[in-house]
Ligand binder design. Structure first.
Ligand SMILES: Cc1ncc(COP(=O)(O)O)c(C=O)c1O
Length: 357
C-alpha cells in the first residue's frame, strides 16, 4: 500500500507540547529582526521570480558548486521528495538505511517505489557501511538513500564510505540521495557529498543547524541534468518559491556568521552534558555524541513509549520514542536547546528513568 500521508510528521506536528522538549532536532530559533534590513529589502511588489538566481548563487557559493547545480525547494523535505520523484518511477527499487527518518520511507512509498533496506548497526555505532549497501542492492536498484549526519544517531559517514557507495550506484546506473540537513553540525566539518561525483544528489536547508525553520529555505545540489528535472517537476507542485522568503534567505546567507553565532559552542557544551549523563546511567547505552544535534540511546527498560508517557505525565518533558525509527527500545533526544534547559530536562529524564528501576 502506498503511503498517502506521513504518520510521523502528523505526530511531530500535533503531539502534546512539554516545557522540556527533547524531541526537537534544531538549534534555538534565530531572530531575523536582529539583522540590519528594512521592509523594502523584501521586494514586496507582488512579483515571483522563477529559479531566483541571487538565492541560488548564495547557496552555490557556500557549498562550492555552480548555480545550475542548485534547486531551491520548501525545506529539505520538499527537496527530498523532488529528488526522489525525479529519479524514481513506480516499481523502481529504492534502498533506504535502517534506522531511517520516517519521511524518507514515506516519500518513497508515496511515489510507488519498491523499498529495500540496509542496516546501520548499533553495535557498529550506526556506521554507514558500503558492504551492507552492496549486499542489499539488486540490479533493479535505482536510488540509495542515506542521511549524513545519520538521523537519529548523528553518526558521521566517512567520505571513503560515501565514495564507495557512489561507485556501487554508478556501476548499477543508480544514484545516491544524501540528506545533509544535519551535516553542517559535523565535527570535524565535512563538505557535501555532491563533490564526490555526478551520482550524488544532496539536500539541505536553513532549518536544523541555522534555526530558521520558518523560512522553509531548502535546496538540492545535483548534476545539472538532474537539477533540471527537479525544476521541471516543481512546476507541478510549488511553481515558484515565496519571494519574500527568498529575499529573507538571501539576507540570512549574507549574514551567515551571525546566524550561526555561538551554536557550535552551545552544541559542544550540550553534547558534553549528554555524554556525562549517559556515563552516569547503567540503564542507557549510547555511542558518544561527537557531532550533530541528536542522540539515540538504548534503554534497558524496553519499549520507550512507556518512558515518554511517564515523562509527559509527571515531568513535563518528552523524547521521541524509538518506534518512529523502527527501534522501540531506543529513543531520540535532541540537544539544541539552551544549556540550562537541557540540564533541567536531563535531570527530569534521570528521575523518570529511576522510577522504572
Ligand atoms: C533527516 C531529515 N531530513 C529533513 C528534515 C526536514 O527538514 P526541513 O525543515 O528542511 O524540511 C528533517 C527534520 O526532522 C530530518 O530529520
Amino acid at each position: 500500500m502506498r503511503a498517502m500521508h506521513s504518520g510521523y510528521m502528523h505526530w511531530a506536528k500535533f503531539k502534546p507540547s512539554t516545557r522540556y522538549a527533547l524531541t526537537g532536532s534544531e538549534v534555538p530559533h534565530f531572530r531575523m529582526d536582529s539583522l540590519p534590513f528594512g521592509i523594502a529589502d523584501l521586494d514586496l511588489d507582488g512579483a515571483s521570480h522563477p529559479r531566483y538566481l541571487p538565492l541560488r548563487e548564495r547557496i552555490a557559493r557556500r557549498y562550492g558548486v555552480s548555480a545550475e547545480q542548485v534547486v531551491a525547494a520548501d525545506g529539505t523535505s520538499m527537496a527530498n521528495i523532488l529528488a526522489m520523484a525525479a529519479l524514481v518511477s513506480p516499481g523502481d527499487e529504492v534502498l533506504i538505511e535502517r534506522p531511517a527518518y520516517a519521511l524518507l520511507l514515506e516519500a518513497a512509498s508515496f511515489l510507488g517505489a519498491s523499498i529495500r533496506r540496509f542496516e546501520r548497526k548499533p553495535e557498529d555505532a550506526f556506521r554507514l557501511d558500503p558492504e551492507q549497501v552492496a549486499s542489499a542492492m539488486t540490479d533493479r536498484t535505482r536510488l540509495i538513500v542515506v542521511t549524513n549526519l545519520h538521523n537519529p544517531s548523528s553518526a558521521l559517514a566517512s567520505e571513503d564510505a560515501l565514495r564507495s557507495i557512489g561507485a556501487l550506484a554508478a556501476s548499477a546506473g543508480a544514484r545516491v540521495l544524501v540528506d545533509e540537513v544535519y551535516l553542517d553540525s559535523a565535527v570535524p566539518a565535512q563538505r557535501s557529498a555532491v563533490h564526490l561525483g555526478p551520482e550524488f544528489v544532496c539536500t539541505n536547508s536553513l532549518t536544523k543547524v541555522y534555526g530558521l525553520s520558518g523560512l522553509r529555505c531548502g535546496w538540492a545540489l545535483a548534476a545539472p541534468d538532474v537539477a533540471e528535472r527537479m525544476w521541471r517537476l516543481n512546476d507541478l507542485f510549488g511553481v515558484n518559491q515565496a519571494h519574500a522568503a527568498e529575499r529573507l534567505a538571501c539576507i540570512a546567507f549574507d549574514h551567515i556568521d551571525e546566524v550561526v553565532g555561538d551554536n557550535p559552542e552551545l552544541l559542544a557544551r550540550n553534547r558534553a552534558l549528554w555524554n556525562a549523563f549517559v556515563d552516569s546511567r547503567g540503564d542507557l547505552d549510547c555511542m558518544r555524541a561527537e557531532s550533530g544535534i541528536t542522540a539515540f540511546p538504548r534503554w534497558s527498560g524496553g519499549d520507550t513509549e512507556r518512558l515518554d508517557a511517564l515523562l509527559h505525565e509527571r515531568y513535563d518533558t518528552s523524547v521521541v520514542p524509538g518506534r518512529w525509527f523502527e527501534v522501540p527500545d531506543r529513543f531520540r533526544v535532541g540537544f539544541g536547546l539552551a544549556t540550562a534547559d537541557l540540564e533541567e530536562a536531563l535531570s527530569r529524564l534521570g528521575s523518570a528513568l529511576d522510577e522504572f528501576e
